[in-house]
Write a protein that binds this ligand. Structure first.
Ligand code: KIV
Length: 271
């Protein structure tokens, strides 16, 4: 028998209401059951199963190789763990760009097969029609503007977006278009803090910032960055709250040493 939908959890309308009440929204990514369970118990409002999965968990150099099957697999694990937060599945590269029909079908898979409560897709006016149609299908959509990693080849690297006035105006217009298309919130990644503030003030839907300053309505970080389990690089906007990598290495070194000298297992670990 399938699990009944829980009504006391965070929904898209709760998230929108938080902006109206001036309450900041907390969000982190997660890709597996134990991490998602810990984040949920700690009170995170939105858990995003980002396609950053590709870089921080699967070892790819970008998010581009990530497939629908990989996203569905990890979103299912996260959904099984989460009791309170809103779970957002991130639509991977080429799962929504080819046609609006494919976009709706793939968005539906996140809800039907993976237990997500909404989806996120990258882009502005180019994805407005897909956003409209996915929302019409009853699926909450989170937009994503600024440094959208699936367009990394167009941007020529991980660079702040919207520094020039013309580029800032385009992002501002895209934000309004997505709101009008029915998005319930909007990730702003690596845009100047002043632009993020202007967008946040002019929209009724909440903005969730990553590298976009304190004036967004909420914040998101990649969980591996803030817990210190991704070693390849740490973006300037990341605050590392704990260095888990060092703690894991210390623990594993101690374990190896104790196995070698016969100090583990002790009597208390034996039958
Ligand atoms: O892929 C991702 O993790 C994301 C969030 C950080 C917004 O897009």
């Amino acid at each position: 028998m399938s699990t009944p939908v829980q009504l006391n959890r965070i929904t898209a309308s709760v998230i929108r209401g938080m902006k109206q009440k001036g309450e900041k929204i907390s969000s982190l990514t997660a890709y597996d059951y134990p991490t998602a369970a810990a984040l949920d118990k700690a009170g995170v409002d939105i858990i995003m199963v980002g396609d950053s999965l590709g870089m921080v968990v699967l070892g790819y150099d970008s998010t581009l190789p990530v497939t629908m099957e990989e996203m569905i697999h990890h979103t299912r694990a996260v959904s099984r763990a989460v009791k309170r937060a809103m779970v957002i599945g991130d639509m991977p590269f080429m799962s929504y760009q080819v046609s609006v029909e494919e976009a709706v079908r793939n968005a539906g898979r996140f809800i039907q097969e993976a237990g997500a409560h909404g989806i996120k897709l990258e882009g502005g006016r180019d994805v407005a029609e897909a956003t409209r149609r996915i929302v019409s299908a009853g699926i909450p959509v989170m937009g994503h503007l600024g440094l959208t990693p699936q367009s990394i080849h167009r941007f020529g690297g991980f660079k702040v977006q919207g520094r020039e006035e013309a580029a800032a105006n385009l992002i501002m217009e895209d934000a309004r278009i997505l709101e009008e298309a029915g998005a319930f919130s909007l990730v702003l990644e690596c845009v100047p803090a002043a632009l993020a503030e202007r967008i946040s003030q002019s929209l009724s839907i909440p903005t969730i910032g990553i590298g976009s300053g304190v004036h967004c309505d909420g914040q998101v970080l990649v969980v591996n960055d803030m817990l210190g389990t991704f070693e390849k690089f740490t973006p300037k906007f990341v605050k590392q709250y704990v260095d888990l990598n060092s703690q894991i290495k210390d623990a594993v070194k101690r374990y190896c040493e104790e196995v070698r000298v016969g100090a583990f297992p002790g009597k208390e670990h034996s039958f």
